[in-house]
Write a protein that binds this ligand. Structure first.
Ligand code: FES
Length: 169
């Protein structure tokens, strides 16, 4: 009795063999489903990226430069975060770009030499941006400058203005 029981169990209904065959099939099915799932997620991500707006948030080109009284007459003040010089002369104010017109280096005001100098290739400019020497092809541009309703200087770096335009305060 015990022999019959032993001989029939391993051949017909051996749980390990049947389990192996089913497991392999299940494994392949799951691999396939997994691959399809990953491919599906990838295509959803690519589609989302394609459909989402490609907006570049840039800092504002207009900024307040504070009260005019902050700037003494005959002064050149470098505003590092804006890369602009606020120049005050007896006639009024102008705003000069601090970015060199040669290859875009940020220039430096040299009070001892009374000029703006570019550290990269040696261009030199007067305080009003006029080129003195060096490879820079153009003078430093002037930006539009005005007063806000509450009396602060307002510079618009998107608007270049003529050198002769001075904000009288
Ligand atoms: S970048 Fe200023 S001189 Fe070249």
């Amino acid at each position: 009795m015990s022999d019959e029981g032993h001989s029939s169990v391993p051949e017909a209904s051996h749980p390990v063999q049947a389990g192996n065959e089913i497991t392999r099939r299940d494994f392949l099915n799951e691999i396939t489903l997994g691959a399809l799932g990953i491919a599906g997620l990838g295509s959803v991500a690519v589609t989302y990226q394609f459909l989402s707006p490609n907006v570049l948030f840039e800092p504002s080109t207009t900024f307040r430069a504070g009260n005019p009284d902050l700037y003494p007459v005959h002064s050149v003040t470098f505003l590092q975060d804006q890369q602009v010089y606020i120049v005050r002369v007896p006639e009024g104010f102008y705003a000069v770009s601090a970015v060199c017109t040669h290859l875009g280096c940020v220039t430096q005001w040299k009070p001892d030499a009374d000029m703006i100098a570019c550290p990269c290739h040696g261009s030199k400019f007067k305080a009003d941006g006029t080129k003195i020497e060096g490879p820079a092809p153009r003078p430093l541009p002037h930006f539009a400058i005005s007063l806000t309703a509450d009396g602060e200087l307002l510079v618009d770096k998107l608007q270049n203005i003529n050198f002769s335009q001075v904000l009288k305060v």
